[in-house]
Design a protein around this ligand. Structure first.
Ligand SMILES: *[C@@H]1O[C@H](CO)[C@@H](O)[C@H](O)[C@H]1NC(C)=O
Ligand SMILES: *[C@@H]1O[C@H](CO)[C@@H](O)[C@H](O)[C@H]1NC(C)=O
Ligand SMILES: *[C@@H]1O[C@H](CO)[C@@H](O)[C@H](O)[C@H]1NC(C)=O
Ligand SMILES: *[C@@H]1O[C@H](CO)[C@@H](O)[C@H](O)[C@H]1NC(C)=O
Length: 552
């Protein structure tokens, strides 16, 4: 029923088609060429029983060898199984190959491998390469990777630790604490460094001390200054110590340098000891040692008076004169009233070079005993020291006392009214040794020299100069000429007529000028009558190599 049309060439083809459809070679025809029907990805092989040919899919393909040969995906088994750990499996037509995961490298050092030769993937130590993590960071190798963390003195920036330099933005920055904190009333001792571990020491300002704990701030790993619990407080000594039977004069100021004066309470007298306490830098008052005793009302008078004077010295200044405060005595009490009074000794002065005069202010008719202590010293005689005492008892209001003071000496004289316990002092510089010159009714002038019997007298030599009475206004006393017996007529205008050693003078000596004798190698040339002369006496003091001359 089919209308089959063909032409001669198509016949063979038709037989083949039929044969394929029936599954057996067409009878009586040329046997089917199996090999020509093999799939492109198949090979044509001999049958094992030798009965013909067969199509087999190539290695790596599965299928019937003729109509279909499909790629067998080895990688489907799993990369771990087929390629090993830390690998990626790559399928190819008919085959596969392996590569290592990032962070691993193949043991054969090739880019790809097939594990059948024992090649496997091993971890790469990224930390072998320095600088992986950047400045201030340290590298840690991990299986297939690495990570970074900051070294001591560095701090994570833009992220957290550990970090990966490629994956994260994080990096390590050097710790910088910035300016250290400030504490009130203190200053820093600091090298201006703000790196980790830097120390800053705080010192309290003068007048302050640290009552908190610690005085050091350290820049920590966190970039913060670890603060000490520093607290500079003003140094205060608090209330001054209390002493029995005393009162205090105190400004209520207890900063270092503040002072407290102690004085005996009314009815008590000062028995000695230190009456001042000073607030020190360590916050302690220096211990006062004033001791006060009762029942001697009169004795407290001057002690307290002195204290009052010290304390109210500003009052005294404002009046432009010394203001004394009266203490009216009552048998049991000292009462101060602010009227002006005078001290027990006043108007102390020196007259006649060696006599003292003063006025006494007494509040009782009793006799007062005055003690006069005088101490002499000389700049030019270091070993010289003249200390003596004199007592005088008197009821008088005006007193005088002469002292045997030595010449050319500085004296410090203290007059103490012993019962009033008041001392007044005065200093005096005594002048030159006493030299008397007397004129006698004789043809020639006579000099009478008198010397203190005290061996402390500083005179070494006496020289007598003769100068003409007219014409000369100045002369050189350092090297005057000598007169000689042969030049009687023409004596030099000015000359030394005599020189005496101090031993020669003794305590008193009369010397006649112009007697024609030799004195100390100098010719005492006769004076011409009718002429005027200046006679000059020079006393010379010598100590060590220095000599000082005084002209009379
Ligand atoms: C046979 O395999 C190759 C790769 O080896 C492929 O390119 C080709 O397409 C395959 N042929 C067929 C007919 O599937
Ligand atoms: C800091 O404190 C210590 C211990 O208390 C002390 O020895 C040191 O003198 C103090 N330093 C300064 C600068 O005050
Ligand atoms: C006395 O003291 C004054 C002042 O200090 C001094 O210049 C003088 O030389 C002293 N005189 C004597 C003799 O020490
Ligand atoms: C010095 O002269 C006077 C008056 O003539 C006389 O009184 C005195 O004794 C004389 N002194 C000596 C030491 O000669």
């Amino acid at each position: 029923h089919h209308r089959i049309c063909w032409h001669a060439g198509s016949w063979k083809k038709l037989v083949e088609v039929l044969s394929i459809l029936s599954g057996k070679p067409a009878e009586g025809q040329i046997p089917l060429d199996v090999c020509s029907t093999c799939h492109a990805n198949a090979t044509c092989d001999d049958k094992s029983d030798g009965s013909g040919k067969v199509c087999n899919c190539k290695y790596g393909f599965v299928g019937n060898g003729r109509t279909f040969c499909q790629d067998k995906d080895e990688c489907q088994i799993g990369a771990n199984k087929i390629c090993g750990l830390h690998t990626t499996c790559h399928n190819t037509y008919g085959s596969y190959y392996c590569t290592c995961l990032a962070g691993y490298s193949p043991s054969n050092n090739m880019a790809v491998f097939i594990p059948n030769d024992g090649t496997h993937c091993q971890d790469i130590d990224e930390c072998r390469i320095t600088g992986q993590c950047g400045e201030g960071a340290q590298c840690r190798n991990l299986n297939g990777s690495f990570d970074c963390s900051c070294q001591v003195g560095y701090k994570i920036h833009n992220g957290v630790e550990p970090f990966h330099p490629l994956r994260d933005k994080a990096s390590c920055k050097e710790v910088d604490c910035g300016s250290p904190p400030a504490f009130p009333h203190s200053h820093l001792l600091w090298n201006k460094n703000t790196k980790m571990g830097t120390k800053v020491v705080y010192q309290c300002n003068s007048g302050y001390h640290n009552v908190g704990k610690g005085n050091v701030s350290i820049c920590t790993a966190g970039g913060q200054w670890a603060r000490p619990s520093m607290l500079c407080q003003e140094i205060l000594c608090g209330s001054p110590p209390v002493i029995e039977f005393t009162e205090q004069a105190w400004s209520n100021n207890s900063t270092p340098g503040s002072t407290v004066l102690y004085f005996c309470k009314e009815g008590f007298y000062n028995n000695g000891g230190n009456n001042v306490s000073i607030c020190q830098e360590n916050g302690q008052w220096t211990p006062p040692t004033l001791s006060c005793q009762g029942n001697q009302a009169a004795d407290c008078f001057h002690i307290q008076l002195k204290w009052m004077i010290a304390e109210f010295s500003h009052l005294a200044n404002c009046c432009g004169k010394t203001l004394w405060l009266e203490c009216s005595l009552n048998p049991t009490k000292c009462i101060f009233s602010p009227t002006e009074i005078k001290p027990s000794i006043h108007h102390l002065l020196i007259f006649n070079e060696s006599c003292l005069r003063w006025k006494a202010e007494k509040y009782e008719e009793d006799t007062e005993v005055y003690k006069v202590t005088y101490t002499g010293s000389r700049d030019y005689q270091r070993y010289f020291y003249d200390k003596r005492k004199k007592f005088l008892s008197s009821k008088a209001d005006r007193l005088e006392l002469c002292l045997s003071l030595l010449p050319v000496t500085n004296y410090s004289i203290a007059v103490t009214a012993t019962s009033a316990r008041f001392t007044a002092t005065i200093t005096i510089s005594t002048s030159l040794p006493v030299v008397y010159y007397r004129e006698f009714d004789t043809p020639l002038p006579v000099l009478s020299l008198w010397r203190s019997p005290n061996t402390l007298d500083p005179i070494s030599l006496y020289q007598v100069f003769v100068l003409p009475g007219e014409g000369i206004m100045m002369f050189n006393c350092s090297c005057p000429a000598k007169a000689t017996p042969t030049s009687k007529v023409n004596s030099p205008a000015e000359y030394i007529t005599a020189q005496f050693d101090v031993h020669y003078v003794g305590t008193e000596m009369n010397f006649t000028i112009g007697d024609g004798l030799l004195y100390g190698g100098f010719y005492n040339a006769p004076l011409e009558s009718g002429k005027n002369y200046y006679i000059i006496l020079r006393t010379v003091s010598q100590w060590k190599t220095v000599s000082v001359a005084i002209l009379w």
